[in-house]
Each structure stands twice: as structure tokens, then as C-alpha cells.
Design a protein. Structure first.
Length: 171
């Protein structure tokens, strides 16, 4: 009986390790993305329109992965709105990719917490996996050529002088 439990446990562990290598987000791979081209993707916005990352080529992009149930993500919204407003006349865009399952949940949330930036829906978390997102909020700063230049894990003050300096250097 005990050998059966050990054998079953070993099989389950092997299976989980195999899955993690075969396509699930790898938390250690996120650092390897710095300096690489941002992976192209297309997702639908809140109106159901297909939006591609390539649509924003030539702009500095802050790509933010978030969810409506995430307190730090909610706390970032006013800061992201202020940042978007400060750079409204610049070649800068914020793209917020929601990992919520339900589009109606996101729409309801946005009615309560209006945003001034693009919100896309990644219900299958395919794009999140592509970017090795394993916790939210996770944010990437992408230059005009489409290269990832910085990653931010967790909540940030998007209006800090350090963040603005990084954005200004890319504009």
C-alpha cells in the first residue's frame, strides 16, 4: 500500500513537472524576456474588437496583466490613469490585459472603475502564459521597436520620477 502511494505521488510529480515545461508559465523564464522582442498577440477589447499588439508598433507600451479580483491591480488603476493622462500627447500607450474568465465581470468592473487605457480580455490566459506571467499585477515596458526593456512584478507607483524617467528615455 505504501509503495503504491509513493509510486502514485512520483507519477503525479513527474506529470506536473512535464506540464510546467510544456507550456505553462515558468516564473524563472520571465527574466529571460528582457531584451527580446515582445511576443505578438491579438485579443478582443471590451467592445469585441480584435486588437493586436502590432497595432501599437512605434509606440512605447506599458503592458499590464491584471484581474478584477486582485487588490494591488485595483490599487494601480488610478495611477495608470494618471500616467496615461500625463502622456496623452506622446507616443505612449497602456494596454491592460485582464485574466478574468468573464467579459461581463470586466465590463461591470470598468463601469465602477473607469480607465483611460486599452483593456483586453485574456480569458484563456494564453497571452499571460506566453509572457510567463505567474502573478499579477505583472507589467512590461516595451520600446518603440517592440523590444521588452523592463518588467515589473507587483504593484508600482506609475507616477514616480523613476518610472517617468524610464518612459521618457524611450520616447
Amino acid at each position: 500500500m505504501r509503495q503504491q502511494v509513493i509510486r502514485t505521488t512520483a507519477i503525479v510529480i513527474f506529470f506536473l513537472l512535464t506540464l510546467s515545461v510544456k507550456g505553462f508559465a515558468n516564473p524563472w523564464a520571465i527574466d529571460e524576456m528582457i531584451g527580446r522582442e515582445a511576443s505578438p498577440f491579438s485579443l478582443k477589447d471590451l467592445k469585441g474588437q480584435e486588437v493586436s499588439l502590432m497595432d501599437f508598433r512605434g509606440k512605447v507600451i506599458l503592458l499590464n496583466f491584471w484581474a478584477t479580483w486582485c487588490p494591488p491591480c485595483i490599487s494601480e488603476i488610478p495611477k495608470l490613469n494618471n500616467l496615461r493622462k500625463a502622456y496623452a500627447d506622446k507616443n505612449f500607450e497602456i494596454i491592460a490585459v485582464s485574466t478574468d474568465r468573464s467579459l461581463s465581470t470586466i465590463k461591470k468592473f470598468i463601469r465602477k472603475h473607469p480607465v483611460s487605457f486599452v483593456v483586453l480580455h485574456d480569458s484563456s490566459i494564453k497571452v499571460s502564459r506566453k509572457y510567463n506571467v505567474f502573478s499579477i499585477p505583472t507589467t512590461f515596458l516595451i520600446d518603440k521597436k517592440g523590444k521588452i526593456v523592463e518588467k515589473f512584478l507587483g504593484e508600482y507607483d506609475w507616477n514616480s520620477p523613476e518610472i517617468r524617467k524610464k518612459i521618457d528615455e524611450l520616447l
